[in-house]
Write a protein that binds this ligand. Structure first.
Ligand SMILES: Cc1cc2nc3c(=O)[nH]c(=O)nc-3n(C[C@H](O)[C@H](O)[C@H](O)COP(=O)(O)OP(=O)(O)OC[C@H]3O[C@@H](n4cnc5c(N)ncnc54)[C@H](O)[C@@H]3O)c2cc1C
Length: 318
C-alpha cells in the first residue's frame, strides 16, 4: 500500500519518468572491463536469454551485495589488475562483516499475537554504546521481532526434537520475540575469495566466504542474551528460550571506505582509490557495520554518492 519505502515504487518509477533509465531485467554482470588508461569502460553481462552482452560505460557503479560485489571485482582481473579490479592492495573481499544477530523468545501465560502489526515493532537502544565495562567493544540493539510459524523453527529456535522443542511452537500465540543486532569487528581474515573448484551455471567461480567469530563477538552476544532474558523475566515470562546464530542477512564491508588504498577499497564517496570511474554503491562500502540495521545507511550513502557523481561528471573530472 506504499507505506514502506522500496526502490521498486520510489526511485525506479521516478527514474523511468525521466526517460533516461534503461532497465535490463534478469541480467547477470560477469565482469567489468577497463581500457589501457586503467579506467573502467564496459560491463559484460548475460542477458535473460543467456546471451553475452557488452555495455560500454563512462562510469560503473557496483551494488551486488557485499559477497557478489567482491566476487565481481575479483572476477574482473586482467593483466593490469591481476588480483581483481581495484584490488592492488588486496583489500577487496576483506573485513567481511555480518553483524551479530540472534533471537531470544519469552513465553507468557496469555496471548501476545506477535504476528499482528509491524514485524519489527520496537527498538531498545540502551546498549547501543561503546561501554568497555561490559567486557567487549561495540554495542547492540534489542529489537522486538516476530517470525512466521514455518520460519520460527528453521532459524529462530535451538535445533531440537521432542516435547521440550514442540512445546515452544505450541505456545506460538503466547510467544514474544527479541532480535539482537550487534556490531561485529571488521577483521582482515574474514573475507570473500573466489572458489577455484566450484563454478556457477555461467562457468564463473563462486564466492568462498571465510568467517571466524572473534571472542568479542561471543561476549557481545552473551551479554545481549542476558539482558533480554532479564527484560522478559521482569515482565513475567514463564520461560525464556535462546535461539542459535541465524544465517547471515546483513552482509557488509567487503570493499570498505578508507583514507588510503592500503587499508580499504574506496574513498569517502565510495569511489575506488585505484579506478576513478568505478564506484561501490552498496553495503560493501561501509567501513564498520555499526549496530543499526544497515539499509537506510546504505541508501543514504548511495544518494550522497549520486550527488557527488553528478558534480564530478559536470566538472568533467570523471
Ligand atoms: C531476511 C532479511 C531480513 C532483513 N531485514 C532487514 C531489516 O529489517 N532492516 C535492514 O536495514 N536491513 C535488513 N536486511 C538487510 C538488507 O536487506 C541488506 O543489508 C541490504 O539489502 C543490502 O543492500 P545492498 O545494496 O548491499 O544489496 P542488495 O539489496 O542485496 O542488492 C544487491 C542486488 O544485486 C543483484 N546482483 C548480485 N550480483 C549480481 C550480478 N552479478 N549481476 C546483476 N545483479 C546482481 C542482486 O540480485 C540484488 O538485487 C535484511 C536482509 C534479509 C536477507
Amino acid at each position: 500500500m506504499g507505506a514502506k519505502w522500496s526502490t521498486l515504487y520510489t526511485e525506479i518509477p521516478k527514474a523511468q519518468a525521466t526517460g533516461k533509465l534503461d532497465l535490463r531485467l534478469e541480467a547477470t554482470a560477469c565482469r567489468i572491463e577497463h581500457g589501457k588508461d586503467g579506467r573502467a569502460n564496459a560491463v559484460v553481462y548475460r542477458d535473460r536469454q543467456g546471451f553475452e552482452q557488452r555495455q560500454h560505460a563512462r562510469i560503473v557503479c557496483v551494488a551486488g551485495n557485499a559477497i557478489e560485489t567482491a566476487r565481481l571485482l575479483l572476477l574482473s582481473e586482467s593483466s593490469q589488475f591481476p588480483n581483481g579490479l581495484g584490488n592492488s592492495s588486496g583489500q577487496v573481499g576483506r573485513n567481511y562483516c555480518h553483524q551479530i544477530t540472534g533471537f531470544v523468545w519469552g513465553i507468557f501465560d496469555k496471548p501476545i499475537y506477535s504476528w499482528r502489526g509491524a514485524t519489527l515493532a520496537g527498538v531498545v537502544e540502551d546498549e547501543a554504546v561503546n561501554n568497555l565495562s561490559r567486557g567487549f567493544v561495540g554495542g547492540y540493539r534489542m529489537e522486538l521481532v516476530t517470525l512466521d510459524l514455518p520460519t520460527l523453527p528453521l532459524v529462530g529456535l535451538p535445533y531440537g526434537w521432542g516435547r521440550d522443542f514442540t512445546s515452544v511452537i505450541e505456545n506460538y500465540r503466547n510467544l514474544s520475540g527479541m532480535f539482537i543486532n550487534g556490531e561485529d569487528l571488521p577483521r582482515s581474515q574474514n573475507r570473500i575469495t573466489l572458489n577455484p573448484q566450484i563454478k556457477d551455471s555461467l562457468g564463473l567461480a563462486v564466492a568462498h566466504v571465510h568467517v571466524e567469530e572473534h571472542t568479542n563477538d561471543q561476549a557481545l552476544r552473551t551479554h545481549a542474551q542476558g539482558q533480554m532474558r532479564r527484560m522478559f523475566e521482569a515482565v513475567g515470562a514463564n520461560r525464556v528460550v535462546e535461539g542459535p546464530t541465524p544465517p547471515a542477512t546483513h552482509n557488509l564491508c567487503t570493499a570498505r571506505m578508507s583514507r588510503g588504498p592500503e587499508d580499504g577499497v574506496t574513498n569517502q564517496w565510495g569511489q575506488s582509490h585505484e579506478v576513478k570511474n568505478l564506484f561501490i554503491s552498496d553495503g560493501s562500502a561501509l567501513s564498520t557495520p555499526g549496530c543499526a540495521n544497515p539499509t537506510l545507511t546504505i541508501v543514504a550513502l548511495a544518494l550522497r554518492q549520486a550527488e557527488f557523481i553528478a558534480g564530478e561528471m559536470k566538472a568533467g573530472n570523471i
